[in-house]
Design a binder for this molecule. Structure first.
Ligand code: FAD
Ligand code: SIN
Length: 527
């Protein structure tokens, strides 16, 4: 019988991740449970914090739940689940109203009504936003509310390493305290994964560095099913910067009339789709990819300089200022853009209320795969899904807690004979290699040959990385690297299993869509 250790952290509910999913879930359950929320870095660092265009929901009289559902299902290209889409779409307005009550001040039009934006794949204006800084405002309102909730204890700089699962029941996790350089046991009745996406597996990404797929890797290692991992969504318009920091140029610009041109000034989207700049994201990303391959250029242009400068500055203050800091005045000049990895449509397979294959383990937000996005996510449906599922998962969590699940302490982390890592360069070198191989071989356009190369390479890297994992004392870099390699393998394996082109998975060897739409499911053997 193992008893609690002095540095063990005990809670009713352990939430891993402080983006929109983790924070809104924690707030919902905090009335009936003691919550510990751990997060890898500073509390605001998350994909959520960088979201620009907004949250899709039906508010306009010219819109309807049916229309939003149809757009979601059309975009999902045969793999989105209708009942899931229906619930998410119908619950959207109520969840957004709760954000208003927390103090998020969504942009209004001249008549004082919500100003609704539009993006690719939407047949109506329905994106509520706070100018082009939606994520920052939402994250900050949620963090303020958490800070004012005594039953939530938020710990920054704690990186979850592994879940502890016994007899298919989750007992909590091991997490690395990066300030004290030690591993602590987090013992909980219910554990919730809200660790976000996987963009950092790719050389070019809109995501911050935290997006290394940790939750997906932990859940897979622990024995859950992961679903549809081949569907990495590439955002068409990321600011082209040959060196250094870059950032997303929101699709909302195209919603408000921005035009894509090649470097000679030719508008090319009409060659690819009747919706031109407002075609779904995969079509625009592939069109840009094809234009770049044809011309040999490094970027295309996105141009909003034909619009009134005052309007551009007030509607897109974040993008205007950021581009200006790179020497680009978007009211006068076109913006050089390239596609970049943006969103993981797959993830840990869950029900709408977050249940995974493991008892007392829930997953929500970008880490989870509920079946909403199918083969391609409709723009601005991610924040929406996170809000709705966090709410539903809190309901499930409450019923699980009513069954009084026991707290089961577990053995402390064993470092064995591990020594300090002698050269950190092995971590950075391997991280770079994964990012490059994913970009070059598992990118926007795939082929059997490229995927086979990627699979061989990732297997070699995994052997090396697993060796470091046992030989060296744990660091954040090592935890992330091990997860990145595993998630890369899951993406490659899923892509190899899909012998068709559907949604955002495009294969040169299988350009047609199969008659039957099937999810790709992966589960570890011998758990
Ligand atoms: P995140 O917000 O990414 O939060 C994950 C959290 O988990 C972070 O706090 C992270 O530090 C923590 N974490 C990760 N691993 C660990 C670990 N091992 N241990 C402890 N903590 C960990 N979607 C829309 O719907 N509308 C938009 O306008 C939009 N714009 C976007 C713009 C950008 C630039 C990006 C990158 C994404 C955008 N998206 C948008 C997608 C959307 O922002 C994300 O899908 C959503 O925010 C995910 O929320 P989340 O809570 O699941 O994850
Ligand atoms: C954007 O602002 O273009 C991103 C929107 C999204 O990912 O949903």
């Amino acid at each position: 019988m193992i008893s609690l250790g002095s540095s063990d952290v005990v809670s009713d509910v352990l939430v891993i991740g402080s983006g929109i999913a983790g924070l809104s879930f924690a707030l919902k359950i905090a009335n009936s449970a003691q919550v510990v929320l751990i997060t890898k870095k500073e509390k605001a660092e998350s994909n959520t914090n960088y979201a620009q265009s907004g949250i899709a929901a039906v508010f306009s009289p010219s819109d309807s739940y049916e229309k939003h559902m149809k757009d979601t299902l059309d975009c999902g290209d045969g793999l989105s689940k209708k009942p899931v889409a229906e619930r998410v779409v119908r619950d959207g307005p109520a969840r957004i109203q709760e954000l208003v009550e927390l103090g998020v001040s969504f942009s209004k039009d001249a008549a004082g009504m919500l100003d609704l934006g539009i993006e690719g794949g939407h047949s109506r204006r329905r994106v509520v936003h706070v100018k082009d800084l939606t994520g920052k405002e939402v994250e900050s309102a949620l963090l303020d509310a958490v800070a004012n909730t005594p039953s939530i204890k938020l710990l920054e700089n704690h990186v979850a390493i592994n879940l502890v699962v016994e007899e298919n029941c989750c007992r909590g996790c091991y997490a690395f305290d990066t300030k004290k350089s030690g591993v602590r046991n987090f013992v909980s009745k219910i554990t919730v994964l809200a660790t976000g996406g996987i963009g950092s597996l790719y050389l070019h990404t809109t995501n911050p560095e935290i997006a290394t797929g940790d939750g997906i890797a932990m859940a897979y290692r622990a024995g859950t099913t992961v679903m549809n991992m081949e569907f990495t969504q590439f955002h068409p318009t990321y600011l082209y910067q040959p060196r250094g920091e870059s950032f997303l140029i929101s699709e909302a610009l195209r919603g408000e009339g921005a035009i894509l041109r090649d470097r000679a000034g030719r508008q090319f989207m009409a060659d690819y789709h009747p919706m031109k700049e407002l075609a779904a994201r995969d079509i625009v990303a592939r069109a840009i990819d094809q234009e770049l391959k044809r011309s040999g250029d490094n970027y295309v242009y996105l141009d909003i300089s034909q619009k009134d400068p005052q309007y551009v500055r007030s509607r897109f203050p974040g993008i205007y200022e950021k581009c200006l800091s790179f020497g680009i005045d978007i009211t006068k000049n076109p913006i050089p853009v390239v596609p970049a990895a943006h969103y993981c449509c797959g993830g840990v397979r869950t029900t709408l209320d977050g249940q995974t294959d493991i008892e007392n383990l829930l997953a929500i937000g970008e880490t989870a795969c509920t079946g909403l996005h199918g083969a391609n996510r409709l723009a601005s449906n991610s924040l929406l899904e996170a809000l709705v599922c966090a709410h539903l998962a809190a309901g499930r969590c409450q019923s699980l807690l009513e069954k009084e699940p026991p707290l089961r302490p577990f053995a402390p982390w064993e470092s064995g004979d591990a020594t300090d890592i002698d050269e950190n360069v092995v971590i950075t070198q391997n991280r770079d290699e994964i990012r490059r191989l994913m970009w070059n071989y598992v990118g926007i356009v795939r082929s059997n040959k490229r995927l086979t190369r990627a699979k061989k390479r990732i297997a070699l890297l995994q052997d090396e990385i697993n060796q470091y994992y046992w030989d060296f004392i744990i660091t954040t870099g090592l935890i992330e690297l091990r997860n990145m390699a595993l998630v890369a393998q899951l993406i490659i394996d899923s892509a190899m299993l899909r012998k068709e082109s559907r949604g955002i998975h495009y294969s040169l060897d299988y350009p047609q869509k199969s008659l039957i739409a099937q999810d790709t499911l992966l589960k570890k053997h011998n758990v």
